[in-house]
Write a protein that binds this ligand. Structure first.
Ligand code: HEM
Length: 482
């Protein structure tokens, strides 16, 4: 009997090992010839360096995140993946149940991650809050939040961590414009929303917090249930975070009829034409919080660094601002649209330092083919924005900062520059972010001359962590009136 039980257990164990090997470890034969990226736990800068190196000669690489998938490095296959949304659907979340990342994202499926059928429902609800005609009304909000930021920066006489300050600015803009709520983080960095968010995202042993690679690699959120001190702290923060998300959803009861919070809450009424469950709404709120402020902060912080590093570019930008807007006047909606050189600078900063380095993963919905590569149904596919932005063929002297690339009619592949993604799932917040960025940059340049601290590295420094990019370089700010 005992022999029989042991035999059965042994057989089951062998079956289990084979299952794990076949589904998670084995390189599928059709991907075996592709160069492999370093694993997720290797430093991010090294991963991106290798990705760019491979992209010089190959359109694809393979990477392992619990199973082997493809990373697209060239614009033509990127176009195929990004424009065929029903063949390459967004990959279902790897985080389910009570795993930390699932809790952070409000337990539900949000507009960034959902597949086409559900996406249409989310977008039908959200779109009016991002209509260009509606976004125009945010000009005053962005101007007055920029004034608050400038007032705080004027008090500082040491090099500033631009990313931290811009994060506070973009958070407050997002809160007021989308939720009718002032987080007040420009004047109070310790406000409860920002404090919990930073503890979850920026801290932890690897400064990667909730996005630490280990959480992506170990399945079923198993790491998150271990009784460690770090997990206990994180669970407590997540409980607070979930409560804060619920409070943000409730802002919809009192905010303006057509702002994001109100639209989301209305979609939860019985019989609403595009009904959203409370989990979906909470998840949308979480993803707006994340996507709606951190990315724009990265973009402005990196643009500030490039302006500081290249004084002649800064001078040209300033001259343009004086000509179009004036030395002290507020940028109007109309005026900020005319700042072509400033826009080119932001575009070039986004090319060299894209806030999102890799697009959210897609999954092939059936056996298919990219040029020169067969894919089995279920294969995960991502697009490396970082590689597209550094291809020498598309961007001669690709490491050089040169905003004038964007003023010429150079023949580039339309998918070779895409900090906001491209195709039907392109960033919904792009017009919002562009308006916000131009306004704050105009105000910063009207008031300050930017520079680099003495002895500072001549290359931009970014945090070595997965997920959204964080600029660590500091800049000096000197009043133009001094
Ligand atoms: C510089 C700033 C920003 C960058 C670089 C950026 C980048 C991106 C990227 C790369 C995507 C994914 C596209 C894909 O999966 O193919 C995305 C999607 C999205 N972003 Fe942004 N984003 C920025 C600002 C914002 C802001 C300010 C908001 C909202 C206030 C926002 C809301 C969204 C939403 C809702 C989506 C999902 C769109 C959809 O699938 O329908 N983003 N963004």
């Amino acid at each position: 009997m005992l022999l029989y039980i042991l035999g059965s257990l042994g057989f089951a164990l062998i079956g289990f090992i084979f299952y794990v090997w076949y589904n998670f470890i084995r390189v599928p034969p059709e991907l075996a010839h592709l160069p492999a990226l370093p694993p997720l736990w290797v430093s991010q800068s090294e991963r991106h360096r290798v990705t760019r190196e491979i992209a010089k000669t190959q359109p694809f690489a393979r990477q392992w995140i619990r199973n082997w998938g493809v990373v697209v490095l060239h614009p033509e296959p990127a176009k195929i993946v990004e424009t065929n949304a029903s063949l390459y659907e967004k990959a279902p979340s790897r985080f389910s149940g009570r795993s930390f990342i699932s809790q952070f994202l409000g337990f539900g499926y949000n507009v960034v991650g959902v597949q086409t059928e559900d996406w249409k429902r989310h977008r039908a609800v959200i779109n009016p809050a991002f209509d260009p005609a509606y976004i125009r009304n945010f000009t005053n909000i962005f101007n007055s939040e920029a004034d608050k930021l400038l007032a705080e920066l004027s008090k500082i006489d040491t090099p500033v961590h631009a990313h931290d300050w811009l994060q506070r600015f973009t958070l407050d803009c997002l809160g007021i414009a989308c939720f009718g709520f002032d987080f007040g983080s420009i004047t109070n960095p310790n406000n409860e929303f920002a404090a919990v968010y930073h503890r979850l995202v920026d801290q932890g042993p690897s400064a990667a917090g909730i996005f630490a690679p280990k959480r992506f690699l170990v399945p079923f959120g198993l790491l998150d249930i271990l009784p460690t001190e770090e997990n206990r702290r994180m669970q407590k923060d997540l409980n607070d975070w979930t409560r804060l998300l619920d409070r943000m959803v409730k802002f919809g009861e009192t905010s303006q009829d057509s702002d994001l919070a109100a639209l989301l809450l209305k979609a939860n009424s019985p019989g609403a034409p595009n009904y959203l469950s409370m989990e979906e709404i909470r998840s949308d709120v979480a993803v707006f919080f994340l996507a709606g402020h951190e990315t724009s902060a990265t973009s402005v912080a990196s643009t500030m660094w490039y302006l500081a590093r290249y004084p002649e570019v800064q001078q040209r930008a300033y001259d343009e601002i004086v000509k179009v807007v004036g030395k002290h006047e507020e940028p109007t909606f109309q005026a900020q649209q005319e700042l072509q050189y400033l826009t080119n600078i932001i575009s070039e900063a986004n090319r060299l330092t894209p806030p999102v380095r890799v697009l959210p993963q897609r999954v092939a919905m059936q056996d298919t083919e990219l040029p020169g590569l067969k894919l089995k149904k279920g294969t995960h596919v991502s697009v490396s924005i970082e590689s597209l932005h550094h291809l020498e063929r598309e961007w001669p002297n690709s490491d050089e900062f040169n905003p004038d690339r964007f003023s010429s009619e150079a023949h580039r592949h339309p998918f070779s520059w895409q900090p906001f993604g491209a195709g039907p799932r392109v960033c919904l917040g792009r017009p919002f972010s562009v308006l916000e960025q131009r306004i704050v940059l105009v105000k910063l340049l009207q008031k300050f001359r930017l520079g680099l601290p003495e002895g500072a590295p001549q290359h931009i420094q970014v945090a070595d962590r997965p997920g959204l990019l964080r600029v660590e370089s500091r800049v000096t700010i000197h009043s133009r009136e001094a």
